[in-house]
Write a protein that binds this ligand. Structure first.
Ligand code: BGC
Length: 766
């Protein structure tokens, strides 16, 4: 007994000595309560804490210049070693971690995987696959020594000219929210964080740091907030990034109703909110609104200290924000002492990126089974500059510094096809001449912005005898900070001529022509799509996308991607065409979202505007038959279950996206013809194999937002469940009734527009 108590006293003594040695008795993050840590901080330290240290040109560092922890980091949080507060490193972005390949102190390059962009991932309609991509992406975040990935970006694809369309998922909030939630779960399963962004309504890049998005409360709730609500509730992201823009008069980062009333009180968000880089114009308002962290944080120090003095900012609010940041830091690998290997398994991740890219490409046209290539196809004439410089992703913070990306020519050669050499030679020559006159740092993207090359009809004719099939790639590039010009929506005369001349020459010899679209967002197809035999929408599919494309072209994989963004016939058909980017057009001050909830297919269908390719559309090399649509009851009571059987009735194995639309009764307020309420992707079904898919609809799935009473309301009446392979191919329907109106949820009456909007209203519902 004596021996034990002696040992215990010795241990106690040892612990006390160690504690004294470690931290001179000060509270330590992780060991002591956050309350105690904050109590031990000076006012200046608290103010430093709410400002990041990402800007290397920081003008007034309180304790000397800080070194960069990870080359290419977008930002970080402040560290206070005496209190055990480590920094958290924040890195972009949505298609993979964006860091510098050359890192000081390391002899090997830190290449990251450029995964398919969000638009591709949404077109997979496969949340399990998105989660798998997230796991791989998050592993690179962890193993390269970052703590938080600034992704996913889930703003609504409101207009195809938005410069960041490729970074976003869909025109539909259900897909955007579900995909974002899946990515967050995957990334965070590695013990690193995410930042869902840009909250909210960052749908315009022109003058994005000042433009005011004027949006009705209904459109906000049903369209622009919905995806974020789903992601917050279904994946618990560590952080949210407020957006650059103003929303109904106020900067989002300075809007208490957005960041606190809705995000925290209504949705139960427990994490930290950070600003977009240099976003907003009033640090005090940001603090009060609940925007905990200012990134990258450089000029706000004096203003915040002054605000504490003059009491426009209370210490209580400052402490609350500091607490949010400390809670985040406590969760990070850096805080936990994780030692990265700096060697993530890029080979394993390449396989995942390739699988995802192949699932997200969309076969838009395939006349007479032009694809997959017939067995006799051995020689290919490959046209279009981006065939030789495939666009992996868009530009800006969504870019990834990868090692090498195969182009279509590399991937076809690797797959054993023989390329028509004279065509290869003219393109190589052209590309080299452009690259030679371009600065090294601009070379990666330059080809996408150069005009397509003029090829004479006689040169094209010459190639027909040397090749079994022609492939033409049409490319587009865009990125943050600017929107695409309207002119980039249509093909240039040279691109039109290329398609025309190649089709004419090859069709004369009964040979087929395939067009590949290497684009980040929809373009015009209606004027030329009749000419080629097949059109494959490859999007901007990441570093391994060209190999994935070839997997589809040769039939190693069956195409199963479907559009999560409609392809309009012409730009003027886009519901926001007249109001985008805003008023005045050159430098918009306000952007009036007059189309309200009628975004994408909600508009095209309700207003009977034909599209080139509708939302949810995509072909396959096999066919699927839908049967046995069953509802659990003819009357809705709290929930209803819908099941349907899908059978592969074609000749090759494939996966099918099953889309469940709901058409609601139109009694009190106007409603779209139908809305996507659930979706699923089948397993890989062999010919003759079936799968039964089951969906549950809850009260909230029936509800629309009534601004007058600020509530989600499900109208009484008949609801129609529509099961389809696209929004326009509805294979079967079933009705149920809701006997009595349900007020599903009352919410705060906030975020009303600061201008009168002129909302679109379907004629038959006015
Ligand atoms: C972008 C964000 C990005 C941040 C940090 C901003 O310009 O809008 O999406 O995360 O920069 O790089």
């Amino acid at each position: 007994m004596k021996k034990i108590s002696f040992l215990l006293s010795l241990l106690l003594l040892l612990a006390t000595v160690m504690k004294a040695q470690n931290n001179t008795g000060l509270p330590q993050l992780g060991k002591d309560s956050i309350k105690n840590i904050i109590a031990a901080m000076s006012l200046e330290e608290k103010v430093d804490m709410v400002m990041g240290l990402g800007d290397r040109n920081w003008t007034n560092p309180p304790s000397g210049p800080k070194t960069v922890l990870l080359g290419g980091e977008a930002g970080r949080t402040y560290d206070i070693p005496r209190l055990g507060i480590t920094p958290a490193v924040l890195t972009d972005g949505p298609a993979g971690i964006r860091i510098e390949p050359n890192q000081s102190g390391h002899s090997h390059p830190f290449y990251a995987t450029a995964f398919p962009t969000a638009t591709v991932m949404a077109s997979t309609w496969n949340t399990a696959l998105e989660e798998k991509v997230g796991e791989a992406m998050g592993n690179e975040v962890l193993e390269y020594g970052s703590d938080v990935l600034l992704a996913p970006a889930l703003n609504i694809q409101r207009n195809p000219l938005c410069g960041r369309d490729f970074e976003y998922f869909s025109e539909d909030p259900l897909i955007a929210g579900k995909m974002a939630a899946a990515l967050v779960r995957g990334v965070q399963s590695n013990g690193v964080g995410t930042s869902i962004k840009h909250f909210d309504a960052n749908n315009i890049e022109t003058d994005r740091t000042t433009v005011n998005a004027v949006i009705s409360q209904r459109a906000l709730r049903e369209i622009y907030l919905k995806g974020f609500e789903i992601a917050v509730k279904e994946s618990d992201p560590w952080t949210v990034m407020s957006s650059y823009n103003r929303l109904n008069g106020f900067y989002t980062s300075q809007n208490y109703d957005l960041l606190t009333t809705i995000l925290r009180k209504e949705w139960g968000f427990k994490g930290m909110v950070m600003s977009d880089w240099w976003g907003g114009d009033d640090a005090v308002a940001q603090m009060n609104a609940g925007n905990d962290l200012l990134e990258p944080g450089d000029y706000q120090r004096a203003a915040l200290l002054q605000a504490i003095k003059d009491k426009s900012l209370s210490v209580k609010v400052l402490d609350r924000n500091v607490a949010s940041i400390l809670q985040l830091i406590e969760k990070t690998p850096r805080f936990k002492g994780f030692v990265p290997t700096y060697h993530p398994d890029l080979v394993a991740h390449a396989a995942i990126a390739r699988e995802a890219a192949a699932e997200g490409m969309v076969l838009l046209k395939n006349d007479n089974a032009a694809l997959p290539f017939a067995k006799k196809v051995k020689r290919i004439a490959l046209f279009g500059k981006t065939s030789y410089r495939f666009m992996v992703g868009g530009t800006g913070s969504g870019e990834v510094n990868y090692d090498h990306a195969a182009s279509v020519n590399d991937a076809l050669t690797e797959a054993g096809y023989q390329l028509d050499q004279p065509v290869v030679d003219v393109y190589k020559q052209y590309i080299d001449s452009v690259l030679n006159k371009t600065k090294e740092e601009d070379r990666k993207q330059v080809i996408a912005y150069e005009p397509e090359m003029n090829l004479s009809a006689s040169f094209i004719n010459e190639q027909v005898k040397n090749s079994d099939v022609a492939v033409i790639t049409i490319g587009r590039q865009a990125g943050e900070g600017a929107d695409r010009p309207v002119s980039s929506f249509t093909l240039t005369p040279t691109e039109q001529a290329l398609i025309h001349d190649v089709c004419q020459a090859y069709h004369a010899a009964k040979k087929k022509v395939i067009v590949v679209l290497n684009i980040g967002s929809p373009i015009e197809t209606a004027s030329w799509r009749d000419q080629p035999d097949a059109i494959m929408l490859a999007w901007q599919p990441g570093q391994h996308g060209a190999n994935a494309l070839v997997d589809l072209l040769k039939g190693a994989v069956d195409p199963s991607g479907k559009l999560a963004e409609s392809f309009p016939m012409k730009y003027a058909d886009v519901p926001s065409a007249n109001t985008f980017p805003g008023e005045p057009k050159e430098h918009p001050v306000n952007a009036f979202y007059n189309e309200g909830i009628y975004v994408g297919y909600r508009y095209y269908e309700t207003f009977h505007v034909p599209t080139a390719y509708p939302f949810g559309y995509g072909l396959s090399y096999t066919q699927f038959h839908y049967s046995d649509l069953t509802l659990s009851s003819p009357t809705f009571d709290h929930s209803i279950t819908v099941s349907v059987k899908v059978t592969n009735v074609g000749k090759v194995a494939g996966k099918e996206v099953v889309e469940l639309y709901l058409s609601a009764p139109k009694n009190e307020i106007d409603k779209p013809t139908q809305e996507l309420k659930a979706f699923a992707k089948t397993n890989l079904l062999k010919p003759n194999e079936s799968q039964v898919l089951t969906f549950t609809l809850n009260e909230s799935d029936l509800a629309s937002f009534w601004s007058g009473i600020s509530a989600w309301v499900a109208d009484a009446g008949t609801y129609q469940v529509r099961i389809g392979g696209s929004s326009e191919d509805i294979y079967d329907t079933a009705n149920f009734t809701l006997p009595q109106r349900i007020v599903v949820e009352k919410v705060h009456n906030v975020l009303y527009p600061n201008f009168l909007l002129h909302p679109l209203m379907p004629k038959d519902q006015q």
